[in-house]
Design a protein around this ligand. Structure first.
Ligand SMILES: C[S@@+](CC[C@H](N)C(=O)[O-])C[C@H]1O[C@@H](n2cnc3c(N)ncnc32)[C@H](O)[C@@H]1O
Length: 219
């Protein structure tokens, strides 16, 4: 998916991926990461996810990365959080929106994730990937997974993916198999499948879909 695809989706408000309720798997499994409060959580391809509000309410700092600036602005406006904007000194396409919620900092980067490095975003304690890996087409996924590993310096992750017959529906979101998860992450993580539950694709409700929840821990 090129950047224009996502900009158009946001412009035309075709954002069926955006949830009005906090993701139940986040609530159920995030504690498995055993993070002390005050830890900083990376949310790649964050959109305006309400999950970031939940993370802050649990006592975690949030570091989101999102290509489309209007999505980030909508997040702060809808959540009634005051924000400041800092522009990157060398790259006009990169900005950082920052606000405070319940004494936690929510820092959302307007950027193509591939243009950032760990010096930009600072230390990360864990990652939460919902609708991010599965938003990446097959050819970009190895580069994406490596970028998340590099940005977070191999921090543990809670990863949510979908599995369905890719021949039946083109995506995004794309279907990801256990073998693909191994391919992307087994060199740097111990991989545990926590759950596989029936799920629904909003754009193709007739499809049989399973949501998988993965815990990626450092070996
Ligand atoms: C399927 S949405 C998921 C959003 C969010 N994780 C959620 O659960 O609602 C994927 C998001 O990734 C953003 N995106 C796509 N490619 C990106 C890239 N290369 N860098 C940063 N963000 C990107 C899109 O604009 C879109 O908001």
């Amino acid at each position: 998916m090129n950047p224009e695809f996502w900009r158009t989706r946001w412009q035309e408000k075709r954002i069926g991926f955006n949830q009005s309720e906090v993701n139940p798997s986040l609530i159920k499994y995030f504690s498995d990461l055993e993070l002390p409060t005050g830890s900083r959580v990376l949310v790649p391809l964050c959109g305006k996810s309400i999950d970031m509000v939940w993370l802050a309410a649990q006592g975690y700092g949030v570091v989101g990365i999102e290509l489309v600036e209007s999505a980030i602005r909508e997040f702060f406006v809808e959540q009634a959080i005051a924000y400041t904007i800092t522009e990157h000194s060398k790259n006009a396409n990169i900005k950082c929106y920052q606000g405070q919620l319940l004494e936690q900092t929510i820092e959302l980067w307007v950027a193509d994730i591939f243009t950032l490095d760990s010096n930009n975003i600072g230390h990360i304690d864990a990652g939460y990937d919902r609708a991010a890996l599965i938003a990446m087409p097959t050819e970009l996924r190895p580069q994406y997974s490596q970028q998340v590993i590099d940005l977070s310096q191999n921090a543990p992750q809670l990863l949510l993916t979908l599995y369905y017959d890719q021949n039946e529906w083109a995506g995004p979101p794309f279907s990801i198999s256990h073998e693909q998860i191994q391919q992307y992450y087994s060199a740097r993580y111990n991989i545990h499948k926590l759950e596989g539950e029936p799920s629904v694709l909003n754009a193709a409700p007739e499809m049989t879909v399973t949501e998988h929840v993965w815990l990626l821990n450092k070996p």
